[in-house]
Design a protein around this ligand. Structure first.
Ligand code: HEM
Ligand SMILES: *[C@@H]1O[C@H](CO)[C@@H](O)[C@H](O)[C@H]1NC(C)=O
Ligand SMILES: *[C@@H]1O[C@H](CO)[C@@H](O)[C@H](O)[C@H]1NC(C)=O
Ligand SMILES: *[C@@H]1O[C@H](CO)[C@@H](O)[C@H](O)[C@H]1NC(C)=O
Ligand SMILES: *[C@@H]1O[C@H](CO)[C@@H](O)[C@H](O)[C@H]1NC(C)=O
Ligand SMILES: *[C@@H]1O[C@H](CO)[C@@H](O)[C@H](O)[C@H]1NC(C)=O
Length: 331
């Protein structure tokens, strides 16, 4: 073989490999990290998510939000799932709104029953978040496996990194930039609010709809008044209310209607409305409002980036979804 031929066959090989890789990386697939130790893990997660969602579709939203929080705080290491006896773990800083913990427990138990001590909680969360979105018509994304579960979970880490519901466009951009995401990626990720609900009694709703700017009875004037009225009909002025208000009218379908709502000044949260206060932001929101396929494609890509954020290096494979293995706690 002369060097041209060698080059040629290498190129051919590369093309074949690339084609194979592209073929393998379908949007509801995952890497083969557990092929030797628990090849059925991705299927067990998928089936359990499917079963849970026959009864409770909302869990897709709950688990997707958990995945975001897990990754944004200390990398995707399952530390959002950890409980602590004195209520000082990550989830305690956010507890009022998070849901999906009992379902993660159920999924983890199903996996443990087949392959004890093998599959990390962080990987289970990553699979479940994707599978939940696919169950409600999302295109999904590829999940690379092999995360370890983190050994630290500290509620004081949360406010430093967590985007606030009242942030302006620039504040949102800065918060996500600190984690390596562009303004465009921040806008794409915000599309997760196509699913789920906010809890009426919490400040994001009470303040925006009942005491904007600190004035009792005032509503954020940037909201479409009819929409504000309909939210107020669902949500009484009551900080104890646990009534849910949908973040999107089609909150059981993963679609681009969230962006149509934001453009019509019907984003539920102030942070949703902030996206169109900047000309570039408005442009991308407009594009997504017109193209579900652009949104789905970009969302999948940015989720792959999010879930591949730093994984705990010195982690473990937790046997329980919410507690470190006791033999690993150093005293
Ligand atoms: C852009 C900055 C963001 C802000 C300020 C924000 C804030 C919020 C707030 C205040 C809620 C309602 C919580 C409640 O009242 O119970 C919520 C819900 C939710 N968020 Fe975000 N979020 C942001 C980005 C994201 C991202 C990037 C994702 C995921 C990729 C996400 C996924 C969700 C989901 C799925 C829900 C609904 C949860 C459920 O129904 O259980 N959010 N968010
Ligand atoms: C890993 O397992 C999956 C599912 O059983 C299979 O589709 C895939 O080809 C396997 N990959 C390797 C490298 O063995
Ligand atoms: C932790 O939170 C639970 C439930 O919210 C509560 O019952 C318990 O008293 C709290 N424990 C501490 C030490 O604050
Ligand atoms: C949590 O973080 C705070 C602030 O960085 C620190 O003072 C505290 O010791 C940490 N707690 C644990 C249990 O690591
Ligand atoms: C949609 O919003 C309702 C509140 O209107 C809430 O109960 C439900 O859990 C949300 N659905 C999903 C899939 O999150
Ligand atoms: C809210 O308060 C800020 C600062 O005090 C002021 O500039 C703004 O005009 C107020 N907006 C509304 C709607 O009251």
């Amino acid at each position: 073989m002369d060097s041209y031929d060698r080059m040629h066959s290498l190129t051919t090989l590369a093309v074949i490999l690339l084609a194979t890789v592209t073929d393998v990386l379908s949007s509801s697939d995952s890497s083969d990290f557990y092929n030797q130790t628990c090849p059925q893990a991705p299927t067990i997660v998928q089936n359990t998510v499917h079963d849970i969602m026959q009864k409770n579709k909302g869990i897709a939203a709950g688990v997707l939000q958990l995945q975001f929080h897990d990754c944004i705080i200390t990398g995707c290491d399952g530390s959002i799932l950890l409980s602590s006896p004195d209520n000082t773990s990550e989830k305690d800083a956010l507890k009022s709104s998070l849901r999906g913990f009992t379902e993660i427990d159920q999924i983890k138990s199903a996996v443990e029953a087949e392959c004890p001590g093998v599959v990390s909680c962080a990987d289970i969360l990553a699979l479940a978040a994707r599978d939940g979105v696919v169950e409600v018509a999302g295109k999904g994304w590829f999940v690379t496996l092999g995360r370890k579960d983190g050994m630290e979970s500290n509620n004081s880490d949360v406010p430093l990194v967590h985007p606030g519901a009242f942030m302006s466009y620039d504040e949102l951009v800065d918060t996500f930039a600190a984690k390596g995401f562009t303004a465009e990626e921040m806008i794409t990720l915000s599309g997760a609010h196509t699913l789920g609900r906010a809890v009426c009694g919490l400040p994001p709703i009470q303040i925006r709809y009942y005491q904007y700017n600190g004035t009792i009875g005032s509503v954020d004037p940037s909201i479409d008044p009819n929409f504000a009225r309909s939210v107020k009909q669902m949500c009484p002025m009551d900080t104890k209310s646990r009534v849910p208000v949908p973040l999107d009218l089609t909150n059981t379908t993963f679609d681009n209607k969230y962006y149509q709502a934001v453009l019509a000044n019907q984003g539920v949260l102030k942070s949703d409305a902030s996206l169109i206060t900047n000309p570039d932001g408005r442009k991308l929101v407009t594009r997504y409002s017109q193209s579900d396929s652009d949104f789905q494609r970009d969302f999948g890509a940015v989720m792959e980036k999010l879930i591949n954020q730093r994984w705990a290096k010195d982690g473990e494979i937790r046997r329980s979804w919410s507690a470190m293995n006791t033999d690993s706690i150093s005293l």
